[in-house]
Design a protein around this ligand. Structure first.
Ligand code: PEP
Ligand code: MG
Length: 598
C-alpha cells in the first residue's frame, strides 16, 4: 500500500479524534466526508444504459419502504388503535404517488444522474412548496414527506446504489458503513475509514481487515468535526484520526511507518516455516476469505488452507444470487487454487448486519436473533440446494469442507445434511462428477450449540468456533453496537467455559475443533486458544504471518497450565491478563507493535 508522508504547512491547527482501532495500519491521505441522513446524497453521472436498472432499484426501494411502513402501521394499530395508525396510510399514499414517480423518472432520463439524487431533488421541491403555503396543516405534511423521504433514501443507498465514486485517494469519514458499502467502495482510492458507529467484530471492520486497510470506529461526532479534503493520518492501530497533522506528528508517524514495514517484511520472510509451538504442537493455520482475490496471498503468507470462506459476500454482491453453474465454477476454481490445502466453505450466512435485498424485503425487528444463517437457508431450500449442489461439484477438485452457520439445534444439522445427501444423489444420478470424500462441519457460535456439542459432535466432522457471535450471544452484547462495545469481551469466563466444552466434546468424539472468529487473530489471547487445545485457527489472510510467528514462540504445555488457572477466574480482565502475561513473555516485540505500545 503506497503511503507517502509529507508535511504540508497549511497553517491549520492539528485536531486529534479518538475512537477504537478495528483494523491496524496507517494511512496518510485527504479526508472525504460522507454524511448520510436527509441531506443531499452524492450526485454522480450515470450512463443511458443504467437508466433501467436505476428505475428498478427505485421500485424495489419503494416496495421495501412500503413494507416497512405497513409493519409500523400494524404495530401502531395494535398499541394505539386504528385512528393513530391512519397517518401511515397517508404516508403510503404519498410514497406511491404517481406524479412524484413520474417527476423522478423524468429527471433521471433528462439529467442522467443517480436516482437517489433525482428523488431528493424532486422531494425537496415538494417540501419547499408545502412550507411556503403558510398553512400549519400543509407545513406538517412537509414533515411527513421528510420522514418518508429519509426512509426511502436510506433504502436506496443500502440496497441499490453503489457507493459514490470519489476521484481522489481518501480516508472516508462517515456516520456508519454497511458491509455492502465497504465492498463497493473504490478500493484503489479508499486508504482507510473512520466512522462514528461500529465495532471490532462488525462485518465492516472484518472487511477492512481483509482488504488490509486501517479503520477506526466509534469516533464521536466525526462527521461534524472533520473538514472534507483536509490532510489526515488515520492510525488504525491506536484508534486515531489526526486532521491537519503537525510537522512533529508527521515525523513521528514516519518512524512508526518504517517500523511497521520492517516488521511486515520480517514476518513475511518467516511465513513458510512450520506452524508449531516450541514444544512441537502443530496448529493448522488457515485463512478467512471474503473475496476471491485474497487467495493470491494465501500461499505467500503461509496459510495451510481456507478455514472460513464467507460465501455471502459473493452470493449477495448482486441483486440475484448466482446460478449453480456460476457458483460451481467459482468454488471449483478456489478449491484448485488452494489445493493441496483444504477449503472450508461456509454456506450462506445472510442476515444480522449482512443484508441482502431479499432479507430486506422482510424487515426483522431484531435481525441478529432472526432468520439468519442456516435458518434462512432451511426456509429457502430452493436457494440452499443450488449452493449445496455447486459446493458438491467442487469436491471433485480437491479437499472441501462444507460448514453450516448459526446452528442452534441438532435438527438443523439433520435437515441440512439430508438436503446435502439429496443433492449428492441427484448429481450422481445426473452423471456429474462428485467425490464422497468431503467434510461437513458446523460453526459453534450459539451457546446452545456449545452446550450440546457432545451430541452434535456425533453427526459432524468438525467444529469451528465462531467467537464473534459466541461472545455476542453468550453475553447478550450486540457485536455492532458502539454503545455496549466495552461489554463485548472475548475473554469472558462464560465464553471460555463454552469453548472448553466444545473442544472437549470434539476430542471425545474424535473430531477436530478450530476457531475462526476474530479472537483467533488476537495475539494477546492466542495462548488461551492454544492452551484450550484447539487444533486449527483461521484468521484474516493478512494476519497469517503475525499469528504464525506468535504460535512458533509459545510453549503448548505452559499454555495448557495457564488455561487451568484461567478457568478458575470469574472476570474477563483476569483471564486476559493471564493470557497477556504468557504472550508478553513469548513475543514482547510483536505484542507491543500490535497493541500500539511504543
Ligand atoms: C463468527 O461469528 O465468529 C464468525 C466467524 O462468523 P461471522 O463473523 O461471519 O458471523
Ligand atoms: Mg458468525
Amino acid at each position: 500500500m503506497p503511503v507517502s508522508f509529507e508535511y504540508t504547512d497549511d497553517g491549520l491547527e492539528e485536531v486529534i479524534l479518538t475512537g477504537k482501532g478495528v483494523s491496524p495500519g496507517l494511512a496518510f491521505s485527504k479526508i472525504y466526508v460522507n454524511a448520510r441522513g436527509f441531506s443531499a446524497p452524492d450526485i454522480y453521472a450515470i450512463k443511458p444504459s443504467q437508466v433501467e436498472s436505476e428505475l428498478e432499484t427505485f421500485s424495489r426501494a419503494v416496495a421495501v419502504t412500503k413494507k416497512q411502513l405497513e409493519g409500523i402501521r400494524e404495530t401502531v394499530s395494535d398499541i394505539s388503535g386504528d385512528e393513530e395508525s391512519q397517518i401511515f396510510d397517508a404516508h403510503i399514499i404519498l410514497l406511491e404517488d404517481h406524479v412524484l414517480h413520474e417527476k423522478v423518472e423524468a429527471m433521471l432520463k433528462e439529467r442522467l444522474v443517480n436516482i437517489s439524487y433525482c428523488f431528493y431533488a424532486v422531494i425537496q421541491s415538494y417540501m419547499e412548496a408545502l412550507r411556503r403555503a403558510q398553512d400549519s396543516y400543509l407545513a406538517e405534511r412537509a414533515t411527513d414527506l421528510e420522514d418518508i423521504a429519509m426512509r426511502l433514501l436510506d433504502n436506496l443507498l443500502i440496497m441499490g446504489e453503489k457507493a459514490p465514486t470519489v476521484d481522489h485517494e481518501h480516508v472516508l469519514v462517515s456516520f456508519d458503513l454497511t458491509p455492502s458499502d465497504t465492498v463497493s467502495m473504490d478500493q484503489q482510492k479508499m486508504r482507510g475509514f473512520a466512522t462514528e458507529q461500529g465495532s471490532y467484530t462488525s462485518h465492516t471492520a472484518i472487511l477492512a481487515r481483509s482488504l488490509g486497510i486501517p479503520a477506526v470506529v466509534g469516533i464521536e461526532n466525526a462527521v461534524m468535526d472533520v473538514v472534507g479534503l483536509a490532510n489526515c493520518i488515520l492510525d488504525g492501530t491506536r484508534g486515531l484520526l489526526i486532521m491537519n497533522p503537525s510537522r512533529e506528528t508527521v515525523d513521528k508517524y514516519k518512524v512508526l511507518w518504517a517500523a511497521e514495514e520492517e516488521l511486515q517484511i520480517r514476518l513475511r520472510s518467516e511465513a513458510n516455516l512450520k506452524s508449531e509451538t516450541v514444544d512441537g504442537r502443530h496448529i493448522i493455520l488457515s485463512a478467512n476469505v471474503e473475496f476471491s482475490h485474497e487467495i493470491e496471498l494465501l500461499k505467500s503468507n503461509g496459510a495451510d488452507g481456507i478455514g472460513l470462506y464467507r460465501t455471502e459476500f459473493y452470493l449477495l454482491d448482486d441483486d440475484d444470487v448466482p446460478c449453480e453453474e456460476e457458483q460451481a465454477a467459482l468454488y471449483a476454481k478456489v478449491v484448485k487454487e488452494v489445493s493441496p490445502g483444504m477449503t472450508i466453505f461456509r454456506t450462506l450466512d445472510s442476515g444480522g448486519d449482512k443484508m441482502s435485498g431479499e432479507v430486506l424485503l422482510q424487515p426483522e425487528p431484531n435481525p441478529f436473533l432472526g432468520r439468519r444463517g442456516i435458518r434462512f437457508s432451511l426456509a429457502k431450500p430452493e436457494i440452499f440446494k443450488v449452493q449445496l449442489r455447486a459446493l458438491l461439484r467442487a469436491t471433485a477438485y480437491g479437499k472441501v469442507g462444507i460448514m453450516f452457520p448459526m446452528i442452534s439445534l441438532i435438527s438443523e444439522i439433520e435437515t441440512a445434511k439430508a438436503l446435502l445427501q439429496e443433492c449428492h444423489a441427484e448429481l450422481v444420478a445426473e452423471g456429474v462428477q462428485v467425490s464422497d470424500d468431503y467434510q461437513v462441519g458446523i460453526m459453534v457460535e450459539i451457546p446452545s450449540a456449545a452446550l450440546l456439542a457432545g451430541a452434535m459432535a456425533k453427526v459432524v466432522d468438525f467444529f469451528s468456533i465462531g467467537t464473534n457471535d459466541l461472545v455476542q450471544y453468550t453475553t447478550a452484547v450486540d457485536r455492532v453496537n458502539e454503545l455496549v462495545s466495552d461489554l463485548y469481551r472475548p475473554a469472558d469466563p462464560g465464553v471460555l467455559r463454552l469453548m472448553k466444552m466444545t473442544v472437549e466434546a470434539g476430542e471425545q468424539n474424535g473430531i477436530w475443533t478450530g476457531v475462526c472468529g476474530e479472537m483467533a487473530s488476537d495475539i494477546e489471547l492466542l495462548p488461551l486458544l492454544i492452551g484450550l487445545g484447539v487444533e486449527e485457527l483461521s484468521v484474516g489472510v493478512n494476519k497469517v504471518p503475525l499469528v504464525k510467528s506468535a504460535i512458533r514462540k509459545l510453549n503448548y504445555q505452559e499454555c495448557r497450565e495457564m488455561v487451568q488457572e484461567a478457568l478458575l477466574q470469574s472476570k474477563a480482565q483476569d483471564i486476559r491478563a493471564l493470557s497477556h502475561a504468557l504472550a508478553k513473555k513469548a513475543y514482547p516485540i510483536i505484542l507491543n507493535h500490535v497493541t500500539g505500545n511504543e
